[in-house]
Structures are given as C-alpha cells and as structure tokens.
Design a protein around this ligand. Structure first.
Ligand code: DSN
Length: 429
C-alpha cells in the first residue's frame, strides 16, 4: 500500500542528486564529500551504537569504530595542533551546546556577535545560549560593520561584568582581533569561546589565523563548511585535563548519546584528504573568493567591504537592494540554477530578516569541484546577465557546472588520475 510512497522518495533523492550536481552552489555553509568519503556512509556503521570512549563503551561489538574514532581524534589533534579534541557532537550547534551548557552559569553576561553582524543562531536568545542566560549583549562593530571595535569593547567591559565571550560567526569576511580580545579575557577572567564553524577548513589550511594559538580557550566548529567533511561538530582546546572533563561530559551524555558512527567514519576519510591537500585547497578558496568579489564589483554589483579587499575568507556579501533585495535575488538565481541564501547585512535592521538587503556567497564548494579564478569570472558574468540584464541563464549555468564533476583535493581515483596528468613533468638537466 505504501510502496508508491517509497518510490516517490527514491525519485526525489535521484532528482536532488542530479539537480544539485548541476547547479552552481554558493551556499557558504555547505560543501561536498569526496566519493570515497560519501560511499562509506552507507556501511553497517549506520546501524550501530557506541556510547562512551574507545575501549570504554557501554556496548559490545565496537572494536572497529574504536580504532576509527581513535585514529580520527589523533589525526585531527595533529592537524589543529591541540591537546584535546571532542569528535562526538553530531553538529556544530550540538558542539556549541556541549560547551555552553557547561560554561554559561545561570544568567551570566555573555557577549556575542549580533544577528545582523553575522552571529550564529545558537549564540542567541532563541538558540543554545538563550537556554542558559537572558543576559546577552553584542560585540560593538566598527562603522563598516565587518570588524569588532576593540576600543569600544574595552569601554563596555569596564561597565558590564561579562563572563563569557563567543567569537566567530556565519557572515565572516575578515579575521577578528582574537589576540587583543584574548588578552582582555585573561585580565578580566572571561572565558573566550570561538565558534570556527565557517572557517575551520581555512584554519586547517593555514589561510586564516588559528584562534587557539591566538588565545581562545575553547574552539567549537562544524566539519562540513570550509572543512569538507561529513555533517558533524567538534570541540578543540589546550586546557588542563581536569577542566576538559567538563566538555567531555557536555558532549556525552550532555548533548548526545549515540554519535552517528557512519558520519564519523566518513569524517576520518575527509581528515586524511585535508592533511594531504588542505593547504592547497584553502589557498584556492581564498583566491577564488577574492577573484569573484573583484569580478562582481567590475560587473557593477555592490560588493560589501570593497575598501578592505572584499574578503579574506570563503565568503562575500553583496548588497542587492538595487536588484530587488536578498529574498528576490536569491529566488531568481535559484530559478537559474545558481543557489545561495539571502542574508542580513551588518547595517540592516533586524526587521528586514525575511527580505534583507544582502546575499551571502561562499565559493568553497565550487572550489572543491575544481573551479579556479577563470571560473569565478564566468560565474560573475552569469550573475550580470541574470540580475542586471534580466536574461534566463539557467541552461548555461547547468552546462557550465556539468563540466566540474570530479571532487578535487581527495583520494578519489578520478581526481588522482587528473592530478597525475596535470603534474608538471620534471625537467631533465
Ligand atoms: N546557519 C548556517 C549558515 O548558513 O551559516 C550555519 O549553521
């Protein structure tokens, strides 16, 4: 009786696979897995439980996942050069909650990035932080809206007893003054938590400053944005072992029981891809973002933060008020096989949340499928034809994207073959 429903679901999955592999995806919080990292997600591990730590589980039959979890933890620790890692949170928000639930005392004052300033929903009243305190205040920003105003932060701290600061955000163009803020936190006994969800891959690839090195106490992140792994979360720190026990309990049993073993297995594969190719990939991501910013500017778009070179990350923000606003522009682009999201810009009032003046662009996924500076210029030209000239470019966008089906910076055989073909030949002496 229900088999037709099953067929419909299967059909939708097929349609999604072919549609999204032929769209130009510019959503800044997404990425694609290599074929090898994706394939292992259908394994027996997707049926299993493994609460606790490797070697100390509450279930039998966990020997294989014990080895995998130990390996991924060790190699991620090496990649981020940190003493502690928690790999069990099943998403970035769960990682945040594992930490916030242990560190934010009832009604403590917490300083975060505002929503229009790019702060993530889990840092706010309606999200995880709001479960523990009502006292949430925003980092002051400089007039351009993309930088923390350190002087004004000092001024606020002289008047307000802030206990926790949460840096990192979802609209994230430029590095923050983590060193200066960490110094203030040390003086005033404030815990500095840094949410690196968006730029984790750029930190691992050494194209964005490392917040732990700059003095953050705890780093949380998701593993599937610029870090091109499966959808999970992690926590990193160099704190003392005795203090780390708090985070350990926050992750399990505080915020999850089983931790979705199939996606952890996949993350292990992406971690090795990152260790091998991460720096090259991160470098290309930032080059691509800067090139697209420049090309959109030359095409006549109002790309934000021009005076600062548009971006130092994987993202761009564009004010599209003149083209109908963020909501309309995102819909038009989607109908033309270009996918991104509308976004509040720092100077937008919160009431504009459902039709903000901006769109946010992320180039990490298109970098992963092999696009470089030349392709960024092609994308800018498609934007211009579609949004400035009112042309339908959906078929051209699809035909263009069809040429990029190999997942780069991976151990997939098709990529390794491509890489070996393009390797410059050694010159004989
Ligand atoms: N809201 C997501 C983003 O797009 O940035 C992160 O969870």
């Amino acid at each position: 009786m229900y088999e037709k429903n099953v067929e419909r679901i299967e059909q939708l999955v097929q349609e999604q696979n072919s549609w999204r592999s032929h769209t130009i995806n510019l959503i800044a919080s997404e990425n694609v897995l290599s074929k090898r990292a994706r394939q292992v997600m259908g394994s027996d591990f997707c049926h299993r439980y493994a609460e606790g730590h490797p070697g100390e589980r509450y279930y039998q039959g966990t020997e294989k996942i014990d080895e995998i979890e130990t390996r991924v933890s060790q190699h991620l620790k090496a990649l981020f050069g940190c003493r502690h890692i928690e790999v069990r949170p099943i998403s970035g928000t769960v990682a945040n909650d594992a930490v916030f639930s242990r560190y934010i005392k009832s009604n403590a004052v917490v300083m975060v990035n505002s929503t229009s300033g790019g702060g993530h929903i889990s840092h706010h009243r309606q999200g995880s932080v709001g479960k523990y305190t009502e006292n949430i205040i925003n980092f002051p920003l400089t007039r351009d809206g993309y930088h923390i105003d350190v002087k004004e932060t000092v001024n606020i701290l002289s008047k307000v007893p802030v206990k926790i600061m949460i840096m990192g955000k979802s609209l994230y163009l430029f590095p923050d003054p983590v060193k200066e803020i960490a110094e203030l936190c040390r003086e005033l006994d404030i815990t500095l938590i840094y949410d690196a969800a968006h730029i984790l891959g750029l930190i691992a690839g050494k194209r964005f400053p490392d917040p732990l090195k700059d003095g953050a106490h705890i780093v949380t992140a998701s593993t599937h944005k610029t870090f091109f792994g499966s959808q999970r979360g992690i926590v990193l720190s160099n704190m003392k072992d005795s203090e780390w026990a708090l985070i350990d309990k926050g992750a399990f049993p505080g915020s999850s029981s089983n931790h979705h073993l199939d996606t952890l297995v996949s993350l292990a594969i992406s971690t090795y891809e990152f260790l091998e190719f991460g720096e090259e990939y991160a470098d290309q991501v930032v080059k691509n973002a800067k090139t697209l910013g420049q090309a959109l500017d030359e095409a006549g778009f109002k790309v934000e933060a021009k005076e600062f070179g548009f971006t130092e990350s994987h993202q761009l923000a564009v004010n599209v008020s003149e083209q109908g606003g963020g909501d309309e522009v995102a819909r038009i682009l989607k109908d033309n096989n270009i996918i991104l999201n509308m976004n509040l810009l720092p100077l937008d009032p919160l009431e504009r949340v459902s039709n903000p003046s901006g769109i946010r662009i992320g180039v990490q996924e298109m970098t992963r499928v092999g696009m470089k500076e030349k392709e960024m210029k092609t994308i800018a030209a498609l934007f211009k034809r579609c949004l400035m000239n009112g042309e339908y470019v959906g078929d051209d966008a699809k035909a263009f994207r069809a040429q990029y089906q190999v997942i780069h910076y991976s151990f997939d055989p098709d990529y390794l073959e491509l890489r070996s073909k393009n390797k410059p030949k050694a010159v004989a002496n």
